[in-house]
Design a binder for this molecule. Structure first.
Ligand code: NAP
Length: 281
């Protein structure tokens, strides 16, 4: 019998999660039904109840619902608590257990697939939304050096730094300060700037050097402006969020089904398609 899973978001029709989980299920020999459910924040609670009534056993949650998902869970993992955001829901009787697999997904992609040694890297995190909250604790746990957080709305960067709770290591700066911060070993773009055709904020050249890695949590066209800028500055690596997407999905799959799928094959397929998309442009 198929088990029901879904990704909730708004918008969500672009999501690759149904395809990734179908591939994982096939590989593991587990019959799963995984759909995409588009719902605005105001309707999320009711949509999730309806999903549970129809036999929903687990769900992923994406933009802009991760903080709402955290709020409705009866209990959460430590990493979800540290993020204040949930991207993976696991049905537990009449309640939902919440986890956040974004951080482990990013770190696994960067260290295991891309071969980056994150230890002691002076790091700049652009953004302080749900994704930034998910990845910041995992980056600290992976051993990065000082973490600078810069966000368009400074209060959200302050809240993230407070949540991380490592005042000597985590620093908040304003966008206008970027030109005075010097060079970083790792610069991550966790913003939605440049999505939907918007423009990406102008960043100073001084942020990146020849040994720096630039990482966009976005993938596809949304990742292009930031990564093109990074390559133009001579960054050593420019990495999009496709590997993170596949790895966070694998971690969710492991939470639901108790088995970790191999991610190389579906990653290779999606990467080849993404390269064709960029070349076609
Ligand atoms: P979010 O919670 O809506 O946060 C958006 C962030 O972008 C906020 O920090 C926001 O700043 C900033 N921002 C938006 N427009 C901006 C602009 N024009 N200039 C500067 N900053 C701007 O979104 P999210 O969930 O964190 O997602 C962020 C990105 O990560 C998305 O592109 C998402 O697709 C990607 N992501 C990828 C994965 C993956 O598996 N690869 C997983 C999660 C997320 P304010 O606070 O000032 O509004």
């Amino acid at each position: 019998m198929s088990r029901h899973y879904a990704v909730f978001g708004h918008p969500v029709s672009h999501s690759l999660s149904p395809r990734i989980h179908a591939a994982f299920g096939k590989q593991a020999g587990i019959a799963i039904e995984y759909s995409a459910i588009d719902v605005e924040p105001s309707g999320f609670d009711a949509a999730l109840q309806d999903f549970a009534a129809r036999g929903g056993a687990g769900a992923n949650v994406t933009l802009p619902l991760k903080e709402a998902a955290y709020a409705l869970c009866s209990d959460t993992t430590e990493r979800a608590r540290r993020a204040g955001a949930v991207n993976t829901l696991i049905r537990n009787g009449d309640a939902w257990h919440g986890d956040n697999t974004d951080g482990v997904g990013l770190v696994r992609d960067l260290t295991e697939r891309q071969g980056l040694d994150l230890r002691a890297r002076r790091t700049l995190l652009l953004g302080a939304g749900g994704a930034a909250r998910g990845v910041a604790p995992a980056l600290l746990d992976a051993g990065i050096g000082d973490l600078f957080i810069v966000n368009r709305t400074p209060a959200r960067a302050d809240a993230l730094a407070d949540m991380l709770g490592q005042p000597g290591r985590v620093h908040v700066r304003y966008l206008d300060d970027l030109r005075n911060l010097g060079e970083f070993d790792l610069v991550l773009n966790a913003t939605t700037a440049a999505r939907d055709g918007g423009s990406f904020p102008t960043l100073p050249r001084s942020l990146l050097g020849r040994r720096s890695a630039a990482v966009s949590l976005s993938y596809g066209e949304a990742a292009i402006p930031f990564l093109a800028w990074a390559r133009a500055q001579g960054a050593h690596e420019s990495i999009d969020g496709l590997g993170m997407l596949v790895e966070q999905a694998a971690e969710s799959f492991a939470r639901w089904h108790g088995t970790r799928p191999d991610t190389d094959r579906i990653y290779g397929e999606l990467r080849a398609e993404s390269a064709r998309l960029v070349t076609a442009d």
